[in-house]
Design a protein around this ligand. Structure first.
Ligand code: FAD
Length: 258
């Protein structure tokens, strides 16, 4: 299997750095091919702007979506974007690894999504009709690939429990797992969250790597989160609301999981 790890932490000697090294070794020892996009080490440009297209003229108003579409279709994207798209094409499984910062991914990783997910590559794919609303939410360029988050948090497990003050972890990660991964077609595996990361000693680190190792060993067989697919009869089109007989009484994020 080809595994791409997209990794965001500014310090290689961090806990995240150690877990990233562990993951690469574990996957390679199992015979997988691994590439790592180490975003800080690559000095990844996080902000979308006109320089993302090789042909943008400053005299023309910059429209991020249309510029992305044009550059993608005409082979005029910056090389750093095209390289990451090639890695995504190559990958069977993609792991996004990051520390939870302000209830989300570090900005550098959000900027990787913003720039690599070009119009025509990750969105704006497929035909719109009365029955289909583009290839997205379970269909699209990443269909057939798997994805998983590996996330460390300062907060405790209980802080992210269903009645915890931070909100349930599945809700916090929903925009990433559903919006950034399921949307372009990935099958999204349950996240691997390492809570209370500040309380790490050698014994807990050993346990943490054991648990992460088990998740890495079962990447190909772990059942994905059963997000509802857009074009398979459960949503009204074009309103894109759940049909009345689907998950009646349920609302919010949880309603989109079958
Ligand atoms: P490190 O600080 O590198 O390490 C954590 C512990 O692991 C340390 O005790 C270290 O000694 C130990 N360790 C490191 N490597 C090893 C090793 N090889 N073997 C054994 N022990 C080791 N948390 C939340 O819950 N929610 C938030 O919204 C949130 N927002 C944040 C926003 C910002 C800007 C920042 C800076 C932090 C935020 N945090 C938040 C906390 C953050 O999620 C944690 O600090 C982070 O997940 C810890 O991961 P790290 O790799 O940086 O750990």
């Amino acid at each position: 299997m080809n595994v791409l790890i997209v990794y965001a932490h500014p310090e290689p000697r961090s806990l995240n750095g150690a877990l990233r090294d562990f993951a690469v070794q574990r996957l390679e020892a199992a015979g997988h091919h691994v590439q790592v996009s180490d975003l800080y080490a690559m000095q990844w440009k996080a902000a979308v702007d006109g320089d993302d297209s090789l042909v943008h003229e400053a005299s023309t108003p910059f429209n991020p979506s249309l510029a992305s579409k044009h550059a993608f279709e005409n082979g005029q994207q910056r090389a750093d974007i095209a390289r990451e798209q090639d890695k995504l094409r190559w990958a069977d499984t993609v792991i996004l690894q990051f520390p939870l910062w302000w209830f989300s991914m570090p900005a550098i990783m959000k900027g990787w999504i913003d720039r690599v997910y070009a119009y025509g590559f990750a969105y704006g794919v497929g035909e719109h009709s009365d029955a289909r609303w583009g290839l997205r939410y379970g269909e699209g360029s990443m269909a057939g690939k798997r994805a998983m988050l590996v996330v460390t948090t300062g907060g405790w497990d209980s802080h992210y429990s269903p009645r915890g003050i931070n909100g349930p972890i599945d809700d916090i990660l929903f925009p990433i797992q559903h919006g950034m991964l399921f949307y372009p077609g990935f099958d999204v595996l349950p996240p691997h969250v390492i809570y209370r990361a500040g309380r790490m000693d050698d014994a807990r680190f050993e346990q943490t790597t054991r648990e992460l190792g088990e998740r890495l060993d079962t990447l190909a067989t772990t059942p994905p989160i059963p997000f509802r697919r857009q074009n398979y009869g459960q949503y009204e089109i074009p309103a894109l609301t759940l049909k009345d007989d689907v998950a009646p009484g349920k609302r919010g994020f949880a309603a989109h999981i079958g």
